[in-house]
Design a protein around this ligand. Structure first.
Ligand SMILES: [Zn+2]
Length: 219
């Protein structure tokens, strides 16, 4: 599948036609190779995704090297939980950058959280945040931790998928995850190393399609 490796402006989204296929949301269950929410234990996440996305995630996890597991950090979000996430990150950025204007804060927040609109990526059931771990529970070095706890300015340049500001080891780990996900037709978001999608508008945008199969969905 074609993958566009740089971030595109939001205008790119407007031309994507949603041909909703009405696939249901299903609960992701843990397996030996797929773990859930190791990172955001405080967060009341709903680990639902569209049915095909769940099936693909199991396949990705099974394809990983023997000592690695796929960790799903985040799946489907309701509009309300998306708003809470937006507000929480807004407050964190504000408290760490007291001289920022609202505009500057919003610029950083938008890099980290999708705007809480009905078509936000995590509201369509095709978006997931993932990383890799070892069987014993340790996380692989990815260059930065999963963002929501660490919005400091020096971390931000390390968040894009293809950042050159990270170690060779972290680059390799990102590549292992990326290649395993690509084999199942997931597309990665160039702006965040952990965000992948299948079937939603972002998926269409970053794979050069004009149509997608998942729009906004309520549980
Ligand atoms: Zn995400």
């Amino acid at each position: 599948m074609k993958q566009i490796p740089y971030t595109l402006p939001s205008s790119a989204w407007q031309n994507i036609e949603i041909k909703e296929n009405n696939e249901p949301l299903v609960l992701i269950v843990e397996t030996k190779k797929l773990k859930i929410g190791w990172i955001k234990k405080h967060y009341q996440a709903l680990f639902f995704v569209r049915k095909s996305v769940a099936e693909k995630l199991y396949k990705v996890s099974e394809s990983l090297p023997e000592d690695l597991v796929l960790i799903v950090i985040e799946g489907y979000r309701t509009t309300q939980s998306q708003q809470e996430e937006w507000d929480r990150v807004w407050q964190t950025i504000k408290s760490q950058n007291e001289n920022f204007s609202d505009e500057e804060i919003e610029k950083v927040v938008r890099l980290l959280v999708a705007r809480p609109l009905p078509l936000a990526n995590h509201h369509c059931g095709g978006a997931i945040d993932v990383t890799l771990g070892y069987l014993d529970g340790r996380l692989l070095e990815m260059g930065t931790p999963y963002i929501t706890n660490i919005p400091e300015k020096e971390i931000l340049p390390k968040i894009p998928m293809l950042s050159d500001k990270i170690s060779t080891e972290a680059k390799l780990h990102r590549k292992i995850l990326r290649e395993a996900m690509e084999k199942e037709d997931f597309v990665w978001y160039p702006g965040e190393w952990w965000h992948y999608c299948y079937g939603d508008r972002m998926w269409a945008v970053y794979s050069g399609k004009t149509e997608c199969i998942y729009g906004s969905i309520e549980p």
